[in-house]
Design a protein around this ligand. Structure first.
Ligand SMILES: O=C(O)CCC(=O)C(=O)O
Length: 296
């Protein structure tokens, strides 16, 4: 993928690094040119198109909604038969070079590299999330990522989350509790009927500040595995699409993570020859259990 020359690819400055360390997350505005998402959006749109044709052939829908926009089509298709997302995130269906090009985008790696000494492993985890209007499945409770990723709490794991449409309080953006990572991993438990584990105790202590992110396409938020965050209900009539992936410093243990088979080095100043190309990663993907295990 041609990485737009207009991207302000740059390392984080000291102030940004300190803010990340203090708050556990950092938002960076306009770091990626919105056109750099075009190929991934095209992959997603193809999946939507294939699904629409499938539902049409099954007689479940009468309108393929071909004229609809990216941020409404999937919803308009599902609405015709009161359908819903079967999964909280798309994985196998969106895996390909456009996704890998975003994971290894210079601007993304410059940010991650500023926090990992420029020795970066992609830990294999990635999701494209279509958050539908009023959908419970994709509305995540307060959580720390380490509560969902066994044995990760003693190392830093970094999530990069990018909206594919502008996000705000109305359409299901993320909220963060600044500084909440400093208290370590809190106990989480599963509640009957809920897809995601929740903290056993409310993480909002006293009048703790909650930050609600407002982000445009091209902005990025990076957060660590211990900061409390959640994603709000989408109260609009369009879809909140986003993409996220996870990284850590080279050498950080990944044993036990379900996606460790597709982890790879994506930047290294010390051992540049170990950096995976698209074809290296494709080979890992092809021989991993993921292709067979994920319906989406
Ligand atoms: O995208 C979302 O709605 C939730 C993302 C999230 O909570 C996470 O990546 O940990």
């Amino acid at each position: 993928m041609a990485k737009s020359s207009e991207n302000r690819t740059q390392s984080l400055n000291q102030e940004q690094i300190k803010s990340f360390q203090d708050k556990g997350y950092l938002v960076i505005d306009r770091i990626i040119d919105s056109s750099d998402f075009d190929l991934l959006i095209s992959v997603i749109s193809d999946v939507v198109d294939q699904q629409a044709k499938h539902f049409y052939e099954e007689g479940r829908i009468s309108n393929l909604c071909r004229e609809s926009e990216f941020d409404t089509r999937w919803y308009e298709i599902l609405k015709q038969f009161s359908g819903q997302n079967e999964v909280y995130g798309w994985h196998t269906t969106v895996c390909g070079k456009p996704l890998f090009d975003l994971i290894t985008h210079d601007a993304v790696l410059d940010v991650v590299g500023s926090l990992t000494n420029d020795e970066i492993q992609f830990n294999g985890d990635f999701w494209v999330r279509p958050k539908l209007p009023s959908e419970k499945l994709t509305t995540l409770p307060w959580h720390q990522d380490s509560a969902y990723m066994p044995n990760t709490e003693h190392h830093t794991h970094l999530s990069v989350w990018m909206p594919l449409v502008d996000v705000d309080h109305e359409n299901g953006t993320l909220q963060f509790l600044p500084g909440s990572h400093k208290r370590g991993l809190r106990p989480h438990h599963r509640i009957e009927g809920e897809a995601f584990k929740s903290p056993t105790r409310d993480p909002i202590v006293g009048d703790a500040e909650v930050e609600t992110l407002e982000m445009k396409v091209g902005d990025l938020v990076i957060f660590n595995n211990l900061v409390f965050h959640r994603s709000l209900m989408n109260q609009t009539q369009s879809i909140r699409w986003s993409v996220d992936f996870r990284f850590s410093q080279r050498g950080t243990p990944l044993a036990g993570l379900w996606h460790q088979h597709i982890a790879c080095i994506v930047r290294s100043r010390h051992s540049p020859k170990t950096v995976a190309s698209w074809s290296d990663w494709q080979a890992l993907w092809e021989s991993s259990p993921h292709k067979a295990n994920f319906l989406w």
